[in-house]
Design a binder for this molecule. Structure first.
Ligand code: ADP
Ligand code: MG
Length: 384
């Protein structure tokens, strides 16, 4: 069956064109990367012409695979590393040459980096002692920070007597005790088990809300980034592939890399046959059908290869007469809260579809059965 490109299609909001899309209800810009470059070997940019605005009060995650430049970006913001080109601003002032201790930022690393010979309270008080905060004020602040990190009663223990999760809470209390304007975290939950990570993610989100300060959080874990963040910047090879709210990054990926990095996605290969502003038409290699979907990529060229990406939960059974693609059910799997179909199109393109049992309006398709699938325009994307 061939769908026609002349269908009347709903217009959906598109991602903003550049990578400095402001979050909704964003505060003013607090920190800013301007054309920042970093190389360690004089040959490859590990951070490659990075422009980034960090807004007052937001929870921004830097998400990407290992080696994509997240830590280097965070270290330049913290002042532990310097850009080779470009500059970093805070409140509009160039801080590229300002030493780390003058930047008013707290840092939490994956390795807790606690002082083993000091008690919990002494560890947390350390930044205040460095800043020569008077003893009475220091005690009050340490008590507050320990309460925030839920460490009351642990004041006199040594780090060696604490679990990994508790040690990371100490590191968090120590980073927050001098009330920095930005809290920087580099995979802080990386060493914890899954259940504890999930718990700590919710706590960090609550602490962010309570304090109202800016959080910049590095992770390679997409679920973690989606759970906590106001905005996610997806890093690939030293560049931001996309920056936006988690829902937009997930539902409206702007590149194949982003689509594939954030969970499972169906990718149908084809050729670009039309472009009209916010939308594009693709001719699928698999069955010659034509589909229209949003397209955010300004460099797409008619006649060039393209792909239609659609999440498994956005595929659905086609209504009679609706534009559809045909696929054969390979496997039907019951997962409790949802069911999953693995499907194959005639020339071998594999698809997966998830649905809620009961929402299908018919019995679950069985292996060997042929089904018609709609590719809803509003939930699909055309990518290069
Ligand atoms: P991520 O945090 O995303 O995993 P990094 O910023 O740590 O990425 O690293 C980006 C690239 O820079 C990687 O290829 C890494 O090997 C390299 N790199 C990072 N730090 C150094 C360093 N101090 N010296 C040399 N190369 C480095
Ligand atoms: Mg890293």
């Amino acid at each position: 069956m061939t769908a026609h490109s002349s269908r009347v299609l709903p217009r959906v909001p598109m991602p903003l064109p550049d990578n400095i899309a402001a979050p909704e209800q964003a505060g003013p810009v607090l920190a800013r990367f301007e054309a920042v470059h970093k190389t360690y070997d004089e040959r490859n940019w590990v951070v490659d012409n990075l422009d980034l605005n960090i807004h007052q009060g937001e929870f921004l995650s830097l998400l990407g695979p290992s080696g994509s430049g997240k830590t280097t970006t965070l270290m330049m913001l913290a002042g532990f590393d310097a850009p080779d080109r470009g500059r970093i601003l805070m409140d509009g002032q160039d801080i590229s040459k300002l030493p780390a201790y003058k930047r008013d930022m707290g840092v939490v690393f994956q390795s807790y980096a606690l002082f083993p010979h000091m008690s919990v309270a002494e560890n947390v008080a350390f930044p205040l002692n460095l800043r020569k905060v008077p003893a009475t004020e220091s005690r009050t602040r340490v008590t507050e920070a320990l309460a925030l990190a839920r460490l009351e009663g642990f004041e006199d223990r040594n780090p060696g007597q604490l679990s990994g999760g508790q040690q990371q809470r100490v590191a968090l209390a120590r980073a927050l005790v001098y009330r920095p304007r930005i809290l920087l975290m580099d995979e802080p939950l990386g060493a914890l088990d899954k259940a504890l990570r999930g718990h700590m993610q919710l706590e960090l989100k609550a602490i962010h809300k309570q304090l109202g300060i800016t959080f910049v959080y590095v992770t390679h874990d997409q679920d973690e980034a989606m759970t906590m963040s106001d905005r996610v910047a997806v890093f690939n090879e030293g560049k931001i592939a996309q920056i936006d709210r988690p829902e937009t990054i997930y539902n409206r990926p702007s590149t194949r890399f982003v689509a594939n990095f954030l969970g499972e996605t169906n990718v149908l290969e084809g050729t670009l046959v039309g472009l009209n502003g916010t939308h594009a038409q693709i001719l699928l290699t698999e069955d010659g059908s034509i589909h229209e979907a949003p397209c955010a990529d300004r460099e797409m060229v008619v006649g060039h290869p393209a792909a239609l990406a659609i999440r498994p939960e956005n595929l659905r059974m086609a209504l009679p007469g609706e534009a559809a693609v045909q696929a054969c059910v390979v496997d039907s799997i019951f997962h409790g809260a949802h069911c999953k179909l693995r499907l194959r199109m005639a020339k071998g393109c594999e698809l997966s579809m998830t649905y809620n049992p009961g929402s299908l309006g018919r019995a679950s398709p069985q292996p060997g059965e042929s089904v018609s699938l709609a590719l809803p325009c509003a939930q699909a994307m055309i990518l290069r």
